[in-house]
Ligand binder design. Structure first.
Ligand code: IMP
Length: 423
């Protein structure tokens, strides 16, 4: 059976966790393919809120197998904390959660390198979550990394020590001096590694191949968003992995021809956390209201997210790069109460009006051109059916579908599993 793919189309935080959780009942296997604990996937049901960082969002569903793919980077310390938080649910983790031997490990010194690199950048800092993501992927492509499968080797501690010592030299090289207590960090790390070693490691590409042959349904769960992709995002203000559709092939070992549906998740407006250009960003009361009503604070770092109108130029770009076949619009409820809604349909770019995403979208190069639409006053959060949605919201959806040439199949009207309208 083919593999379906679920991705964020903006700068992350689109609500992927909730949708995976909603869709999971249709799948046998949920697989994360890139990123690491920089992600924060929030799920809400039965009045409880859960934030997952590395563990796939299908973990609460009884029959789903959850796979952490080779493209993911794992911090054993954060992983252990996630497992501790799950312990009260009495899940059979050893059976339900599988880890690729080819996934790379985030070492304590990767986190320190991230901090030193950011501190040395001054005003040009990326706004990284400081989870060690960039340095770990650098070691992966530099062919120095330590992988989960290495933990099964007798000499893994020697490999660890060699890499750690190299990192310490690199940390000293940065101008920005950071304080750290390596003994403490290592004690915590080795304890967490033992917990990781008690889980099930697999050759995940072979596992997924066999699962496909056996007719199992598979959902690949993306992290971050397309505009944070290392190649196609707003470089250098991006993360260090391919967050777009191609990342699922390299991050799981699934062949391109095996991908069927590509679910693209976007918010009815736009948010961004961390630094980098954001053409439709609002600095006024409207933006502040979106942030307040939408509770726009990072699930991993708690940082307030920057808010702005929907950027259709950027969204179209993401739909195309990913080959999205179905769209899911999140947080429609947050836009209730605005008299007028704006959608950015074009950019003014170096004196010209364009409708594609150019190389440079810094404020000095790009000014958004907006289409205005009438807003709605109704509270959407109790609505259950498509027919209940206000006319103005349907007009908003129709406009987007016409521009994007892809159907919007789900409209989310609140954080809970039940606040999901299928169209
Ligand atoms: P890093 O991946 O932690 O190095 O962060 C690089 C950039 O991506 C920063 O601007 C982060 O704020 C952003 N970022 C990383 N992960 C996420 C996420 O899951 N949601 C939203 N932004 C993220």
């Amino acid at each position: 059976m083919a593999v379906d793919l679920l991705l964020g189309l903006q700068w992350g935080d689109e609500g992927k966790g909730k949708i995976v959780d909603v869709l999971t009942k249709n799948y046998d296997i949920i697989a994360r393919f890139q990123g690491g604990p920089n992600a924060g996937h929030t799920l809400e049901f039965d009045g409880i809120k859960h934030v997952l960082h590395t563990i796939p969002s299908g973990i609460f569903h009884e029959n789903a197998i959850n796979l952490v793919g080779n493209g993911v980077v794992i911090d054993p310390v954060i992983f252990k904390k996630e497992l501790d938080n799950l312990s009260k649910f009495k899940l059979n983790i050893k059976e339900k959660l599988l880890i690729s031997r080819k996934a790379h490990l985030i070492l304590p010194t990767h986190r320190l390198l991230d901090a030193a690199s950011e501190a040395s950048k001054g005003k040009a800092k990326i706004g990284s979550t400081l989870k060690g993501i960039g340095p770990t992927y650098m070691d992966k492509t530099g062919r120095n990394g330590i992988r989960v499968g290495d933990l099964e080797l007798d000499d893994w501690k020697d490999r660890y020590t060699a890499l750690r010592d190299k990192h310490i030299d690199m940390i000293d090289f940065y101008d920005a001096k950071i304080e750290y207590n390596l003994d403490e960090l290592e004690t915590e790390f080795f304890k967490a590694v033992e917990v990781l070693k008690s889980l099930t490691f697999i050759d995940s590409e072979e596992y997924l191949y066999q699962a496909q042959q056996a007719g199992k349904s598979i959902l690949a769960e993306g992290a971050q968003g397309s505009l944070l992709d290392i190649d196609f995002g707003t470089y250098p203000y991006v993360t260090s992995s391919n967050t777009t559709a191609a990342g699922a092939c390299t991050g799981l070992g699934v062949a391109p021809g095996q991908i069927a549906e590509v679910f693209g998740i976007f918010k009815a407006y736009t948010t961004r956390v961390g630094s980098g250009p954001f053409p439709t960003e609002l600095f006024d009361e409207v933006g502040a209201t979106m942030g307040r009503v939408g509770n726009e604070f990072g699930a991993t770092t708690g940082r307030p997210r920057r808010c702005g109108w929907l950027d259709l130029v950027a969204l179209k770009y993401a739909v195309r790069v990913n080959g999205v076949t179905q769209l899911m619009m999140m947080k429609g409820d947050v836009l209730s109460g605005f008299d007028t809604l704006k959608i950015c349909t074009q950019y003014k770019y170096k004196g010209e009006v364009i409708d594609h995403l150019p190389y440079n979208i810094e404020p000095e190069n790009v000014e958004p051109v907006y289409t205005e639409m009438k807003g709605w006053a109704e509270d959407l959060t109790k609505m259950q059916e498509d027919e209940q949605l206000p006319k103005e919201l349907n007009d908003y959806i129709d406009f987007l579908e016409k521009e994007l040439h892809v159907p919007i199949k789900i409209v989310s009207v609140g954080p809970d599993r039940t606040q999901t309208i299928h169209r």
